[in-house]
Design a protein around this ligand. Structure first.
Ligand SMILES: NC(=O)c1ccc[n+]([C@@H]2O[C@H](COP(=O)([O-])OP(=O)(O)OC[C@H]3O[C@@H](n4cnc5c(N)ncnc54)[C@H](O)[C@@H]3O)[C@@H](O)[C@H]2O)c1
Ligand SMILES: NC(=O)c1ccc[n+]([C@@H]2O[C@H](COP(=O)([O-])OP(=O)(O)OC[C@H]3O[C@@H](n4cnc5c(N)ncnc54)[C@H](O)[C@@H]3O)[C@@H](O)[C@H]2O)c1
Lengths: 201, 201
């Protein structure tokens, strides 16, 4: 019942609010949020009203309360287990970051095809071979996977993930994945934010 | 004169269209675009109409033409020089990806503070010390920078970038950067797409 556009904005709010929380900032106004997130303050108030969050005149919104509220809407108040395929540069960056953030979407398993990497550890997790995918997905109750392998390997990896029971994929490989209707794929591109920066130069 | 919301969507269109182009697909309908990008086809048609792009009934839009049109709006039809600070896991992943994509926003210089990394090469570029920032920005006509250093180093790096003449920053460090009014910062977070995936589980 919350529109797709608002759902996609919620993590953006959350990131900014988490940073405020880390700096012990107690309240934030829609003006501040608007400036920080490049959104119109009226849009901010409309978004937050979607889930009953009304700021208080002269005070604004309470940071901690907003953080908890948004996390519960995004179901981030419970840990969601995620697996990562591809322990290369990107895979390492993502696993370290994930552990550092103590994200409630927690990477709990990492896979790679390279025999020199299998068995090594990243963030206290042993890199596993793809053969162990289906078992690990069951044992660790994982429904979401991150693909960080080269483009030409991505479709085959996606097929194995779907066969293993994964229903949500965050794909970094520069290729359009083909998946069954019940599987959701989000394509990530770190450089897209770069492209929209250029427009404003 | 194109709204912020549409500008932010354009790189998303571009990524998908580039993949179609790479697969030699000639035309695409607003339905297909809508399904692939999780947008309402009516929204797609409205966005593309913003810059005079009207699909043809029964045919849809021409992929190559749309790609060129969007690139020119985002000023991606000319090469825009970018520098990267932080040659760690994320920095390596981004530089390789940038070179592979032959992105018109091209990383042309990489900096790091680690003496063991300075002087080494990534993608044919020698990693430079931060002391060379101002000169390199001038010589290579760079106005945009990517920050991929740890959170506690990010603000100091941003200060040096601003002092060197950078006016656009793509920030990956999990911290809110403080910059002058004329400098634009976009915060990137690869895990935000992950969070909006969880909502749909
Ligand atoms: N979307 C973005 O913004 C973005 C940014 C950077 C990188 N990328 C993409 O992410 C991917 C990874 O980039 P990287 O720099 O980490 O590359 P990398 O070469 O450092 O790492 C790739 C890893 O995948 C593993 N691998 C290859 N085939 C596999 C398979 N079939 N099953 C399991 N593991 C396999 C390799 O052994 C390696 O460890 C590439 O596709 C790259 O283009 C995307
Ligand atoms: N936003 C996201 O989605 C996301 C994802 C992954 C990583 N990150 C963040 O990106 C950053 C880099 O991650 P990583 O895994 O590559 O870390 P890393 O430790 O592998 O690399 C950091 C690099 O920065 C260099 N560095 C440190 N201080 C510096 C300074 N003052 N000037 C220049 N260079 C300096 C280091 O020498 C190192 O090469 C971290 O802040 C991490 O939290 C963000």
């Amino acid at each position: 019942k919350i529109s797709e556009a608002v759902v996609r904005r919620l993590p953006v709010y959350l990131r900014y609010l988490n940073n405020l929380k880390a700096m012990n900032v107690r309240t934030v106004s829609s003006q501040q949020l608007g400036e920080a997130l490049d959104l119109n303050p009226a849009q901010i108030r409309k978004d937050l009203a979607c889930f009953g969050e009304f700021g208080r005149k002269g005070i604004g919104y309470e940071v901690n309360y907003l953080v908890e509220k948004i996390k519960s809407i995004l179901k981030l108040d419970k840990q969601v287990n995620v697996l990562l395929v591809g322990a290369g540069h990107l895979g390492h960056a993502i696993s370290n970051y994930n552990a550092y953030l103590k994200d409630s979407m927690r990477i709990v398993a990492i896979f790679d095809a390279d025999p020199h990497k299998i068995g090594k550890k990243i963030v206290n997790m042993m890199i596993q071979p793809l053969e162990e995918l289906a078992n690990t997905v069951k044992e660790k109750n994982i429904r979401i996977a991150i693909i960080a392998v080269p483009a030409d390997a991505a479709q085959a990896v996606a097929d194995r993930l779907v066969a293993a029971g994964i229903t949500g994929i965050l794909n970094f490989a520069p290729t359009n994945l083909r998946v069954p209707e019940n599987v959701r794929v989000h394509d990530a591109d770190v450089t897209m934010e770069l492209h929209s920066l250029a427009y404003y130069l």
